[in-house]
Design a protein around this ligand. Structure first.
Ligand code: 4AD
Ligand code: MG
Length: 477
């Protein structure tokens, strides 16, 4: 007999004479009630064992964490809390679990402890829910772009360029550590390396995606990106997933429209498909909030926050307007910002971004037209010669979730910028070709996938929304 998913059994509209399920024991009460979970749904199915007719030896082996195969019939449950349960006719122990040693005890564990056991944490309701939501959001991303006719492009993981020009790259090399070939000046000789040049893990697929947008029109990437930035925060990973659409003939306004529509679509998609998991996460967050002092509570529940994003336009505000707001505001009665913005041109810190989103506008915000000096080389210069057509989308509780721009399509302006920044034009010859042959206005953005998952699940540490987080000093799994 083929085994059935717990989800399908719980959603059944009728009783079933013969069923077979496989999963892991969450708890075993009174030598009779197994709470069985198979990962298909947050709920366990209750399996009622006929202990009088089950060998003592088998009963002893039904322990928290054990893998079991159960046969029986799906019957209406006498107990509260579930419509159906399984009346067990046969239990087979597939894999024992020493209940004393199994780290995932049936009690509340701290998130730190669960991080240290990232290989087992999906045996908990919380991490089951988070990772199912993550999976559905991934699918929603593809669904959105595919429905709109975008072409999915797999940009390279190993590249020779630094798309963001921030120098936060992990080197890729096949050179031996001892006996590294050196040039006459004593520098590492990358000509002798695997690719014959210096290479790194990609920080963004944007530059390659741009070349595809300039032929296929509308494209998107969705893949892992890597940043060797040593920021040990709850918002940064060294390896994260980024979604990067790039569209020919879109200007910055169209880029903002696309980003807003896209984010609303994927959130709505998850709300429709992950009802049980999101309800659980909503309740978890509400319980967390209750532990906090009154003035630190967010005031909105998770589902309310998601609904709010669906129903309200993001506020579009220029960098210059934002600076005026920040200069004239008092974030708290007594406390000033830790970092005071003295003049136009300064980069916003996360405390400013959060003030704008959470206190001033009380809504997601799209900040645009940033000073050229604080943004990457490829952004379209405005006529004022000071600002570029950049946009960052800021979300409550998250800060920056999207970074994007209209791209500089004019060859001469781009070349001048590259020269000013001391970037080697030779390295970007292929990128500049898009401006040499049939250049056109085009735009795109990058959405940090884990930051989206953070927002949708209501979690507060980015390490809890990716299966095996990579952060400074941590690549255990
Ligand atoms: O703002 P960023 O650096 O923009 C780019 O990489 C552009 N090339 C994107 C584009 O226009 N195609 O990164 C984009 C987003 C950020 O807004 C943030 O959500 C996320 O990627 N991000 C990170 N997420 C987790 N950990 C990190 N270290 C991140 N760095 C950026
Ligand atoms: Mg950014």
């Amino acid at each position: 007999m083929k085994h059935t998913k717990v989800k399908d059994l719980l959603n059944s509209t009728n009783t079933i004479d013969e069923v077979s399920v496989k999963g892991w024991v969450r708890t075993f009460r009174n030598n009779q009630f197994i709470a069985l979970n198979d990962g298909s749904v947050i709920h366990n199915i209750q399996c009622v064992v006929d202990f009088e007719n089950t060998p003592e030896e088998t009963l002893k082996r039904i322990t928290t964490g054990a893998a079991v195969a159960i046969k029986g019939s799906l019957v209406e449950s006498q107990g509260k809390g579930q419509k159906y349960e399984i009346k067990v006719s046969q239990v087979e122990i597939l894999g024992d679990s020493d209940a004393e040693k199994f780290p995932m005890q049936p009690k509340k564990h701290s998130l730190e402890f669960l991080r240290e056991n990232a290989h087992l944490r999906t045996r908990t309701n919380l991490f089951g829910a988070i990772m199912r939501v993550r999976s559905v959001l991934s699918f929603a991303i593809h669904q959105y772009f595919q429905e709109k006719g975008f072409v999915y492009v797999n940009t390279p993981i190993i590249t020779g360029s630094d798309a963001e020009g921030a120098g936060e790259m992990f080197k890729v090399t096949a050179l031996p550590f001892d006996n590294t070939p050196r040039t006459e000046e004593g520098k590492v000789d990358y000509k002798e390396d695997f690719f014959g040049k210096e290479t790194n893990l990609t920080v963004s697929g944007q530059l390659e995606a741009e070349t595809y947008a300039m032929s296929l029109g509308q494209v998107y990437t969705f893949g892992p990106t890597f940043r060797a930035e040593n920021s040990n925060t709850s918002r940064h990973l060294a390896e994260f997933w980024m979604v990067e659409p790039e569209v020919a003939f879109n200007d910055l306004d169209a880029n903002m429209d696309l980003a807003e529509d896209f984010i609303q679509y994927v959130i709505k998609y998850a709300m429709e498909r992950c009802e049980d998991d999101l309800k659980f996460l909503d309740e978890r967050l509400a319980a967390e909030e209750k532990q906090k002092p009154q003035n630190e509570r967010s005031g909105m529940g998770l589902l309310e926050k998601l609904q709010f994003v669906l129903e309200n336009n993001f506020k579009r505000v220029s960098y210059t307007e934002a600076i005026d707001i920040l200069k004239n505001s008092k974030p708290n009665k007594n406390k000033k910002f830790n970092y005071i913005i003295e003049e136009w041109g300064a980069d916003l810190q996360s405390e400013h971004e959060r003030y704008l989103v959470e206190k001033h506008f009380k809504s997601p915000v799209i900040l645009f037209d940033y000073p050229a000096k604080i943004k990457a080389f490829y952004m379209r210069l405005n006529d004022d010669n000071k600002t570029v057509r950049a946009m960052d989308i800021l979300f409550p509780g998250i800060g920056e979730i999207v970074g994007g721009s209209q791209r500089e399509e004019r060859l001469d302006v781009l070349q001048q910028k590259i020269a000013e920044l001391g970037i080697d034009e030779e390295e970007l010859w292929w990128y500049l070709d898009t401006r040499r042959f049939g250049t056109a206005v085009h735009s795109g953005f990058g959405l940090g996938f884990e930051r989206l998952v953070l927002f949708v699940t209501g979690m507060s540490n980015i390490r809890d929304v990716i299966p095996f987080p990579r952060t400074p000093q941590n690549a255990e799994f």
